[in-house]
Design a protein around this ligand. Structure first.
Ligand code: UD1
Length: 420
């Protein structure tokens, strides 16, 4: 079993560079299936979710050339629409984007129903409602979803919840549909804009991404023959911002878009930390115990749920009692039991948690329950006194490129160890 052994506390100091966005990458890779041609993707994060997606694309007949660990060329001219991808797609949640892209490309798709982080119920009813509005028929049986469409025809779709996944999936399904599709109450996350920009670069006609109304004018074909660079990862950048504050450090975060991080910047300033924005980089520092806060996670541009556990580590040692309300997922406070093993005083109340700030944390063996919980436990280990061992690294490796190397380059002391 692999674990990270972290010796703390080490205030983080220096410069760190952010990778391409995981959540954009896992949508752009299936989007390449809509192209009848070749495209080059740069700033691709080197993470296990990306390797898995590349395996799926290859199973479907795509030819992938790796230029280096962050740049690939994908040739999707010869796709085998009948390839069996059920088992491989069951391995992670973002495989649901294959439904939208293969409906568009092949008119038929069968995938295993998604796995992914255990954050509570993760329905895909809104995705299905979107596909069916476009003219598809869907059936779910034996843990698989089968969708078919003789023809997809543009229509207006109102999303009851501004779902990131449903917005992207419906966008994928409608790029090659006949006529115009309107997605109303669309999600506005930066990676939705990135997927739209990618598709437009390859020949699609998508307008309004980043607002709550997206219009997709169907085109006959995407020819590709272009290069696209993935947007910097907003959540990775936010993770380092929160690590700087939790460790009472002073770091410069390079290759990030400060506009995407405004909700985090505002909260950090409110609790007494310092943030300076320089366009594509940020300096974050904090040399005293932050003050308490009340936080509610919301869709973008609100405070992101994917930074909630990392913020929880900051509040675990804040001065006073803080409250976090989780506005997106049912079950996202499992990490608090792990932080309590490190001396935190947090009460998990289901959709909210109360953080009674303690002076400092103490190292302990802890288990990551999902990707962002894993990142939070690393930050806790860097900030805590003594040795922290973080287990279940497969969650963390899904979504963070070279995480221990990056933290070690700014002063952390983290070793990856294979335990007997
Ligand atoms: C995406 C992100 C995930 C992030 C989440 C919220 C990716 C690959 N993952 O997940 O990291 O935590 O956005 O920012 O981009 N819902 C329904 N029916 C649906 C779809 C969603 O009820 O058909 C509900 C969900 O249960 C949840 C809310 O809508 O309560 C938001 O989910 P959604 O935005 O779809 O999250 P994901 O796209 O799965």
């Amino acid at each position: 079993m692999k674990k990270l052994v972290i010796a703390g506390p080490t205030p983080l100091r220096g410069e760190v560079s952010i990778s391409g966005a995981k959540n954009a990458a896992v949508a752009i890779l299936p989007a390449t299936l809509l192209i009848n041609g070749v495209c080059r993707i740069e700033n691709l994060p080197n993470i296990s979710d990306v390797s898995l997606y590349c395996d799926i694309l290859q199973a479907l007949g795509a030819k992938i050339t790796w230029h280096n660990k962050n740049e690939i060329t994908i040739d999707t001219r010869n796709i085998n629409c009948n390839a069996d991808i059920i088992e491989i797609t069951r391995k992670f949640r973002a495989s649901y984007y294959l439904i939208g892209s293969l409906l568009g490309r092949c008119g038929s798709v069968r995938v295993g129903l998604p796995g992914g982080c255990k954050l509570g119920a993760r329905p895909i009813d809104l995705h299905i409602k979107g596909f069916e509005s476009l003219g598809a028929t869907t059936t779910i049986s034996q843990g698989n979803i089968h969708a078919t469409a003789k023809k997809l025809v543009g229509t207006s779709i109102y999303l009851d919840i501004a779902s990131v996944g449903a917005t992207i999936n419906i966008m994928l399904a409608s790029v090659l549909a006949e006529g115009t599709t309107i997605i109303d109450n669309a999600a506005k996350e930066p990676h939705i804009v990135d997927v739209a920009n990618f598709l437009n670069t390859m020949g699609a006609d998508i307008r309004g991404a980043g607002t709550d109304m997206i219009k997709i004018h169907g085109v006959k074909e995407l020819k590709g023959d272009a290069t696209y660079s993935i947007v910097p990862d907003q959540i990775e950048a936010g993770t380092f911002m929160l690590a700087a504050v939790a460790s009472r450090g002073d770091i410069i975060i390079k290759n990030c878009i400060s506009k995407h991080l405004e909700s985090i910047t505002a909260k950090l300033i409110e609790i007494g930390a310092n943030v300076e924005e320089y366009g594509d980089s940020l300096r974050v520092w904090c040399n005293q115990r932050p003050s308490k806060a009340v936080i509610k996670t919301l869709p973008y541009p609100g405070f992101p749920t994917d930074l909630q556990p990392q913020m929880g580590v900051v509040l675990a040692t804040a001065d006073g009692t803080s409250i976090i309300n989780e506005g997106i997922w049912e079950s996202r406070f499992q990490y608090t039991a792990e932080l309590n093993k490190m001396g935190a005083n947090i009460m998990d109340q289901g959709k909210s948690a109360v953080f009674d700030g303690v002076e400092s944390l103490v190292g302990a063996p802890v288990y990551s329950t999902d990707l962002r919980a894993g990142a939070a436990l690393i930050i806790a280990g860097i900030s805590a006194h003594g040795i922290t061992e973080v287990y279940n690294l497969e969650h963390i490796d899904r979504g963070y490129e070279n995480i221990e190397e990056k933290f070690n380059s700014i002063g952390a002391n983290i070793k990856r160890v294979l335990e007997d």
